[in-house]
Design a protein around this ligand. Structure first.
Ligand SMILES: [Zn+2]
Length: 68
């Protein structure tokens, strides 16, 4: 049995070298905003945009890190 790394669970922030964690971010798309859960770096706030999203016509992505 070979060990396979999880697909999305083991993403590492290039800058901080720490694993990304799931968090709520707000995407801005064509003037409207909607919340989604994406992987982001808890340290520098980098958000990983999945390929499916990046391939869309998203022109602008804003992140709103809302910590309670
Ligand atoms: Zn980072």
């Amino acid at each position: 049995m070979s060990q396979q790394a999880g697909r999305q669970e083991n993403m590492i922030c290039n800058k901080c070298q720490i694993p990304l964690t799931l968090g709520k971010v707000t995407l801005s798309y064509l003037g409207s905003k909607f919340p989604v859960e994406l992987f982001r770096c808890a340290k520098c706030g980098l958000v990983y945009i999945p390929e499916e999203l990046a391939r869309g016509k998203m022109q602008q992505v804003e992140t709103a890190l809302e910590d309670k």
